[in-house]
Ligand binder design. Structure first.
Ligand code: WT7
Length: 653
């Protein structure tokens, strides 16, 4: 043993790996795994509790319950705590509308609003434990309503405003939400998205909805159903100015957020109040090195977990100033984002690889037109970032001055799990690697037997110890919780991702190992797409695969067989694509739809995913011994070739 820090680093590494050269991080990581309860209790003390916990962790595998017996309130952490200090006059939210409108909310304005909105919720009968569906565009009312729900112990379930009526209805039915909060509309590329009409359509199919609360955004006329629908403004007239935050059990659910898995039905991921907040509060300071004067902009939509944790709960729990932007990244001009960075002096900028690739395509002129010297730190999330995009981001956005934190995490993990931690100490970066697990996170790469892989070998990413951000459950489906995350590698959390560690111990995240796609950073299950496809009256069977896409990472390729007496046509292809778009949302639009006579199946009748994938990606098929009817593979291939011609008008049929 030469010196202590080398052994600290080495103790957490599988054999054969080089040692970590960074002492502070390695020491903190080692300590956190040696005494997780002591470590997390220390983190939890950074928050304000009405009552301290009795036990740090109850671990009844696969259920972890953190800070048991403790009481706190998420809205209090994010708002009230700050208005008791000088931060009452600090900016909480810089909001920029797509059409150039702006609103600035200080922490005291935010305090006033969360109270009045909580009062509005109470006026329509919302109580602790009720599930509330939020279907809103990126306007300040969205985070304010999330916090207002948290204030009174109601459980919000945010439905991404790009989702269609069916996707919305599925989520509402599952949570049995009685209230939908929406707006008359939202703006996207200058057009109005008719959110209220979509909510009406969803409510028609959902038996649980009793009230629809409507926020005015666009001002256009919308149908209002007497007795059910109510304008927010009419409730605010009567609103109380102070609604005491409810002291909630640490294990009280803060929210439910749906995400795709390997079956047709999305999973309702339930997050806790105490564990979730503690984890996010700490992860945020380690990863983003947040300072009082930082101006932080995460470009995600609040409708995804990134928006929940990295726009709302983590930054606001630190009293940070955040930017919230309503519109599309390249509207009305391709330099819109850089204009916003310059306008607000953004210092921390967090986006997705897809967005970086979009701007790469537009060229460096957009960012070059702007003063981006306020930037100090860049972040990436949602999908693997290819080294080329990393380099472009580093050079043209960060001007070779700003480190990039590539943050790996999932809806289920609640917060960032693997990432550089400049808030602890700078770590030498490698473009394309998310580097190391955060303190408290026991990540490993294993083979199918659960044995740690050697350096450079691809395996499955697992987490060997519970952490406070771990989901509480899959809403209403504990069986699915156990099966999806805890059955593949008993005792460990299975992420569903491929990963590799290099000889320096760095983690490289290599994409999903299951039937889940990542389209423009959005997670969507092939089974979900397939069940939407067969809900089209002309479709008999459907199979989905992805192919690599230079912009979106992955693009959707759909193969369908048609019902008897239905004949294929380019028009039908368009209609099926349009159907998916309507049923699930624009992110589900397939890039290609192929008509085939039959789908390749195994002897037991399962679709041969490997074949579908190979054909979609134009790769060779490999070993076909388990396939029942080889001619159907030929059919698929033939259909692929001929349809490629039809789908490309230049090549001609
Ligand atoms: C999946 C989770 C994390 C918030 C947004 C996505 C992929 C996420 C990275 C990254 C490589 C990444 C994984 C993961 N992913 N971040 N930095 N590098 N892959 O949350 O929708 O639940 O998706 O996104 O495949 O499993 P999500």
């Amino acid at each position: 043993m030469t010196n202590s820090h080398e052994s600290d680093g080495a103790s957490s590494l599988p054999t054969g790996l080089r040692m970590w050269p960074f002492k502070r991080y390695a020491e903190m990581h080692r300590r956190s795994l040696e005494d997780p309860n002591g470590f997390w209790a220390e983190q939890a003390r950074k928050l304000d509790w009405y009552k301290t916990w009795d036990r740090v962790l109850d671990w009844n595998p696969p259920y972890a319950r953190w800070f048991v017996g403790g009481k706190l309130n998420a809205c209090y952490q994010c708002v009230d705590r700050h208005v008791k200090t000088w931060r009452r006059s600090k900016v909480a939210i810089y909001w920029e509308g797509e059409n150039g409108e702006t609103r600035v909310l200080s922490y005291s304005t935010l305090f006033r609003d969360v109270n009045r909105y909580a009062s509005a919720l109470q006026q329509i009968g919302v109580k602790k434990g009720d599930r509330i569906a939020l279907y809103l565009p990126m306007i300040p009312e969205l985070p304010v309503f999330m916090l207002a729900c948290a204030r009174i112990g109601a459980v919000h379930t945010v439905i991404f405003s790009g989702f269609g009526a069916q996707a919305m209805c599925d989520r509402i039915e599952d949570t049995k939400a009685k209230v939908i909060i929406t707006s008359d509309g939202g703006y996207r590329r200058g057009k109005i998205v008719p959110l209220k009409e979509i909510a009406d359509e969803a409510a028609k199919q959902c038996s649980t909805v009793e009230k629809i609360l409507v926020v005015k955004r666009t001002g256009h006329q919308v149908p209002m159903t007497e007795g059910r629908d109510v304008w927010l403004s009419s409730l605010l007239d009567e609103a109380e100015v102070l609604i005491k935050p409810e002291p909630l059990e640490s294990t009280h659910p803060l929210y439910i957020l749906y995400t795709s898995g390997t079956t047709g039905k999305p999973k309702g991921v339930v997050h806790s109040t105490g564990g979730y907040l503690v984890f996010n509060h700490s992860a945020y300071e380690w990863v983003f090195d947040i300072k009082e004067e930082s101006v932080y902009w995460c470009t995600a939509d609040v409708g995804w977990v990134t928006g929940h944790s990295s726009i709302v709960y983590a930054p606001l729990s630190h009293g940070a100033a955040i930017v919230l932007y309503e519109g599309a990244p390249d509207y009305p001009t391709v330099d819109r984002w850089w204009d916003i960075v310059e306008k607000y002096g953004v210092s921390i900028f967090y986006t997705s690889p897809t967005a970086v690739r979009l701007f790469m395509r537009y060229g460096p002129e957009g960012p070059q037109k702007h003063d981006l010297s306020s930037l100090e730190l860049l972040g990436s999330v949602g999908e693997p970032i290819n080294p080329e995009a990393w380099q472009w981001y580093y050079k043209y956005i960060g001007r070779e001055r700003c480190p990039i934190v590539d943050t790996w995490w999932q809806t289920e993990t609640g917060g960032i799990m693997i990432s550089p931690t400049p808030g602890i100490e700078p770590i030498p970066l490698k473009p394309g690697s998310a580097t190391f697990p955060l303190p408290g996170i026991d990540a490993a790469v294993v083979d199918s037997d659960g044995k740690e892989t050697a350096a450079g070998q691809t395996g499955y990413l697992i987490i060997r110890k519970p952490w406070p951000g771990l989901l509480l459950d899959v809403y209403g489906n504990p069986q699915r919780y156990k099966e999806a995350y805890w059955s593949r590698f008993p005792g460990s959390y299975y992420t569903g991702d491929f990963a590799m560690r290099d000889e320096d111990g760095y983690f490289w995240l290599l994409g999903r190992a299951d039937e889940v796609l990542k389209v423009a950073g959005h997670r969507i299950g092939t089974a979900e797409l397939e069940s939407a496809a067969i809900s089209h009256p002309a479709v008999a069977e459907a199979a989905v695969a992805s192919k690599p896409d230079p912009l979106k990472g992955e693009a959707i390729v759909l193969f369908v067989t048609l019902k008897k007496d239905v004949s294929p046509s380019p028009d039908l292809r368009k209609k099926i694509a349009e159907h998916l778009r309507r049923v699930i949302g624009p992110i589900a639009t397939p890039d290609e739809v192929y008509f085939v006579d039959s789908l390749p199946k195994t002897r037991s009748g399962k679709i041969m995913r490997r074949v579908i994938k190979a054909v979609a990606q134009g790769k060779s098929l490999g070993d076909l011994t388990t396939i029942e009817d080889e001619t159907s593979v030929e059919d698929v291939k033939r259909a692929y070739e001929s349809l490629r011609k039809i789908s490309d008008p230049d090549k001609g049929a």
